[in-house]
Design a protein around this ligand. Structure first.
Ligand SMILES: [Mn+2]
Length: 260
């Protein structure tokens, strides 16, 4: 398992910082892939933070060299082209937690721990994917603990690629079934536990948590000056970027850009 950054200080030269997550890129969705590739080639950002679930699934970095994996190599090359002209950071999501050191090296990306503190000027921002804070999603949290453990990952990565892809499909079907049951119970997507979010912010001495995963893009106030800025998922109807710009006075301004 690759260790990530837990604290990051934005250099003064970074004026524009972009945050995206939950693109869920896969070979069957050429449109989202194209919107993303266009964005990656054209964003004026000095630094880009991809906070998890860039891919619908990532079963190991050997995808980059395996025959018949054009989708993975195309995406890796989009990342690589961006990594040459901006600072690129990736965090694991619940679907692409096996993104590893080969892909990172390929695109000159740096892995971020979940959570990770980003300091811009005097402001401390907490970055997370969001899944670990959805405390009412008990079955998922048990699954997460299992698949994030080194023994599970070593055993999984030692299997042949086609077998890993089969297992990923089974896990996906299982998760879709559990999601359908959540919707049937009127629960919808998992939601971040607000008390846990406040606690995480206080522990990190940060004021705002930027995260994805919950598919509820908006600013959510947590009281006492604390807040969550939730990133959008990307699909045929929606693709947003959260952009942090530093003003001449040294302040941070946030805006949400819609790419569709
Ligand atoms: Mn997610």
């Amino acid at each position: 398992m690759t260790a990530g950054l837990r604290e990051l200080q934005a250099p003064e030269t970074w004026r524009t910082l972009d945050f995206i997550s939950d693109l869920h890129l896969h070979a069957g969705d050429a449109q989202t892939q194209a919107v993303w590739a266009n964005y990656m080639a054209s964003t004026p950002a000095d630094a880009l933070f991809i906070l998890g679930d860039l891919f619908e699934v990532w079963v190991g970095d050997d995808l980059l060299h395996a025959p018949g994996q054009a989708f993975a190599t195309e995406c890796a090359d989009v990342l690589r082209a961006s990594g040459r002209r901006l600072a690129l950071f990736l965090m694991h999501g619940n679907r692409d937690f096996l993104l590893g050191s080969q892909l990172l090296a390929h695109c000159q990306g740096q892995l971020l721990d979940d959570p990770c503190v980003l300091t811009v000027g005097k402001q401390r921002w907490l970055l997370a994917h969001g899944d670990a804070l959805c405390l009412d999603d008990h079955s998922y949290l048990a699954f997460r603990a299992q698949v994030r453990s080194q023994p599970w990952q070593q055993a999984f990565l030692s299997k042949p690629l086609s077998q890993r892809q089969d297992i990923a499909r089974q896990l996906r079907a299982q998760s879709q079934q559990e999601q359908a049951q959540r919707w049937a119970r009127g629960e919808g997507y998992a939601e971040v536990d607000e008390q846990a979010a406040r606690q995480a912010l206080q522990d990190a001495q940060a004021h705002t948590l930027i995260h994805g995963h919950t598919h509820r893009p908006a600013r959510h106030e947590l009281g006492e000056g604390l807040a969550r800025e939730v990133l959008s998922d990307w699909d045929a109807q929606r693709a947003q970027v959260l952009r942090l710009s530093r003003t001449a006075q040294g302040q941070c301004e946030l805006q949400r850009l819609s790419l569709l």
